[in-house]
Design a protein around this ligand. Structure first.
Ligand code: CP
Length: 304
């Protein structure tokens, strides 16, 4: 049987994404009641980097579907610390479970894991490169909260250089008829190669170093944290921190139905006064993360 990995969102087309979303819609019906469709299956969660949402939502999704989980939230207590390689760790853990969700600080780590695994690999965040399951849940959130993806103007804001959620989301969005506003400090702009690839797919892109100028035009603001952990020079981070912030006062002229999303965690880039506005959806997004990951697990472990 062909192993169904989820390594990069670029491996998925619009039909694939729509099919995961259709399954997520079904999963909403068993979110509270639970299901036994993955009874007897085990998910390995190997997290070499901190996480709250991705790890716990994968665990919640697996348990809600009747399956079990094993793994670690830090490599500090594993034989990696004795010098074991990622390849040997994956070769080993493949014997303990039916699929592996891996988060790793290095770009390409999930792809390497897939080369050595005998079970499906799910990329739960690799370096600053990709976070494909986040992109799937982000699009599901837009679809559920606005009712469509085609025809929308979407602002991707914050750290577009290091943010892996951005790198996956922009490719996922390029399967749809959207207009994109890329808003970031000049030092944290999206790489030119990605902009070129997305434009070549016929997507209109505007770049800016100010959020405020375009707020009244957009249907979605997708805000992101400046990725402190990716800066080689801490002084560069200190220069940029606190400079790209969304406040409720900036939303005065926003469209009535505009939604604000964030992959979380948030530091200071969305002030708490935004949380109680009609636009905030970042905690609802967390819920959509569970049902989307239930759909992903079903696809990887059982689905057609
Ligand atoms: N969105 C996201 O990846 O959050 P965590 O780092 O908490 O998993």
């Amino acid at each position: 049987l062909k192993i169904k990995n989820i390594i990069s969102i670029k491996d998925m087309n619009r039909t694939d994404i729509d099919s995961i979303h259709a399954k997520a819609e079904e999963m909403e019906k068993v979110y509270y009641s639970g299901s036994e469709i993955l009874k007897g299956k085990i998910l390995g969660v190997l997290f070499f980097e901190p996480s709250t949402r991705t790890r716990l939502s994968f665990e919640s999704a697996m348990i809600r579907l009747g399956g079990s989980v094993l793994g670690f939230a830090t490599d500090a207590a594993t034989s990696i610390k004795k010098g074991e390689t990622l390849a040997d760790t994956i070769r080993t853990v493949s014997n303990y479970c039916d699929a592996i969700a891996i988060r790793h600080p290095s770009d390409g780590a999930a792809k390497v894991a897939a080369e050595f695994s005998t079970v499906p690999i799910i990329n739960a965040g690799s370096g600053s490169e990709e976070h494909p399951t986040q992109a799937l849940l982000d699009l599901y959130t837009i679809r559920k909260e606005i009712g469509k993806i085609d025809g929308l103007t979407i602002m991707l804001a914050g750290d577009l250089k290091y943010g892996r959620t951005i790198h996956s989301l922009i490719h996922a969005l390029s399967n749809y008829d959207v207009k994109l506003i890329l808003a970031s400090p000049d030092e944290l702009s999206l790489n030119k190669q990605t902009i070129k690839e997305i434009k070549n797919k016929g997507i209109k892109i505007i770049t800016t170093n100010k959020i405020k100028s375009y707020i009244s035009d957009v249907d979605v603001i997708y805000m992101t944290r400046i990725q402190k952990e990716r800066f080689l020079d801490p002084s560069e981070y200190n220069k940029l921190k606190g400079k790209f912030i969304l406040t409720s006062e900036m939303l005065t002229n926003a469209k009535e139905n505009m939604i604000i999303m964030h992959p979380l965690p948030r530091v200071d880039e969305i002030t708490p006064d935004v949380d109680n506005t009609k636009h905030a959806r970042y905690f609802k997004q967390v819920y959509y993360g569970v049902v989307t990951r239930m759909a992903i697990l079903d696809y990887v472990l059982k689905g057609e």
